[in-house]
Design a binder for this molecule. Structure first.
Ligand code: Q9C
Ligand code: ZN
Length: 417
């Protein structure tokens, strides 16, 4: 099937009625949106023939999509955006990093490496993105709102304590985690389903056992950006066992592999960790149609992942936008996630869903490694190994295509005992 052309910038005209502004003490059952138009001012000063994928229209497309889906009217509220203070940014970043980002406001165009741009307004946008995440998280931990969706840019999960990279200036999800801890949460989980590994977030909490970092990402044996996130990276010192990486060996991974990972590794670990607060680093660049990710996740897949976490957290979730570069894909995916935050369940995961050989490979590898730190059901470990060896034979017969489903009766009827 042919991909539809992405929306062009001129097609996106916003006629939005924003949700009402949130005031403290509103209904604790509510869903809050964090968004500020000033985050649209962060934009690459054009010097190239192709626009930078991380562009202002990403947020316009998502806001337009949510509004068109009727998800704003009366269902959500909107928290006012605030700039994070420099002291807050230093919760996770070095003083010199914060200064370096601030200094970009003096220049029309600056770069951190080849692909991470800044203009005069980028530092402002980055402070607003961080402040929005901090405030949403604080309101959730205090029970003032049930959950929130931070529609922010620039994204954050590649930003290291001392370096901007991968289109990211400040690490918004990491700052939200710190905000949760300072609002009284003891254990925080960050689950990162952006197609890229969140190397920044992992580094910031590498030796911290109060923040569990879980990431699913295209890895390709280290040949996919940023190259980190092997299953063997599990955290260091006190944080050993508090980083969980599920590295896809190739592109083309879709809903069925993502949900297989949730059911077999992620949910069992999350249940044992029992977080007080959960942040989703929600990039939508693993979505079908994304020009960078080359994966196949659909809005329904995103909805099911959100639902599993929603059930476990009784709705208490902060969703933070990371990457995602196909305007249609990201607006449909964000709408599907917001619907779940609003309490609309996507229903049961179709029982016919089964992993591909590649998915099974990554999940079983992560299971074996993580079983040193977490109870992973011995039966499901054994089942996976059996599926894997059966699939290996088929894999060799079928031109070694790792994307083929692990089909046949062995996927349905597991021998017991
Ligand atoms: N050949 C986010 O999705 N691509 N960042 C570099 C080098 C950088 C993606 C390609 C991709 C960064 C937030
Ligand atoms: Zn990404």
């Amino acid at each position: 099937m042919e991909q539809r052309k992405d929306m062009s910038d001129s097609e996106i005209k916003l006629h939005l009625t924003f949700p009402p502004l949130w005031t403290p003490q509103t209904d604790a059952a509510s869903t809050a949106i964090g968004f500020d138009e000033r985050m649209l001012l962060h934009s690459e000063v054009q010097t190239k023939s192709h626009p930078h994928p991380e562009r202002p229209d990403r947020l316009r497309a998502i806001m337009g999509g949510l509004s068109a889906a009727g998800l704003f009217s009366g269902l959500c509220c909107m928290i006012p955006s605030r700039e994070a203070t420099l002291a807050e940014l230093e919760w996770v970043h070095s003083h010199s990093h914060v200064e370096a980002v601030e200094a970009t406001s003096l220049h029309e165009a600056s770069y951190f490496g080849r692909d991470t741009y800044a203009n005069n307004y980028s530092a402002l946008a980055a402070r607003l993105a961080a402040g929005t995440c901090i405030d949403l998280m604080t309101a959730i931990v205090k029970g003032q709102i049930l959950n929130g969706f931070a529609l922010v840019r620039p994204p954050g999960h590649h930003a290291l304590s001392a370096t901007a990279m991968g289109f990211c200036l400040h690490n918004n999800a990491a700052l939200a985690a710190k905000a949760a801890l300072s609002a009284g949460a003891k254990k925080v989980m960050i689950i990162d389903w952006d197609v890229h590994h969140g190397n920044g977030t992992q580094e910031i909490f590498d030796s911290d056992s109060s923040v569990l970092y879980v990431s699913l990402h295209r890895h390709q044996a280290g040949f996919f950006y940023p190259g980190t996130g092997a299953a063997s990276e599990v955290g260091i010192k006190d944080g050993e066992g508090f980083s969980v990486n599920i590295p896809w060996p190739c592109g083309g991974i879709g809903d069925e592999d993502y949900l297989f990972a949730f059911q077999n590794v992620i949910m069992p670990i999350v249940e044992q960790f029992a977080p007080d607060a959960t942040i989703i680093s929600a990039g939508f660049d693993a979505a079908k149609g994304d020009p960078l990710g080359g994966c196949q996740v659909t809005p329904s897949g995103y909805a099911h992942m959100t639902q599993l976490l929603y059930s476990l957290m009784k709705g208490k979730l902060l969703v933070v936008l990371e990457g995602g570069y196909n305007l249609r894909s990201i607006s449909a995916s964000a709408a599907a996630v917001l619907k779940v935050l609003l309490g609309v369940s996507p229903g049961e995961i179709p029982p016919s869903w089964q992993p591909t050989f590649a998915g099974l490979l990554a999940v079983s590898e992560a299971c074996v490694i993580q079983s040193r730190y977490w109870k992973i059901d011995r039966m499901s470990l054994l089942n996976m190994q059996m599926l894997l060896s059966a699939a290996e034979t088929k894999f060799k017969e079928n031109k070694n295509d790792p994307r083929q489903p692990v089909s046949g009766p062995q996927a349905e009827d597991q021998p017991q005992g």
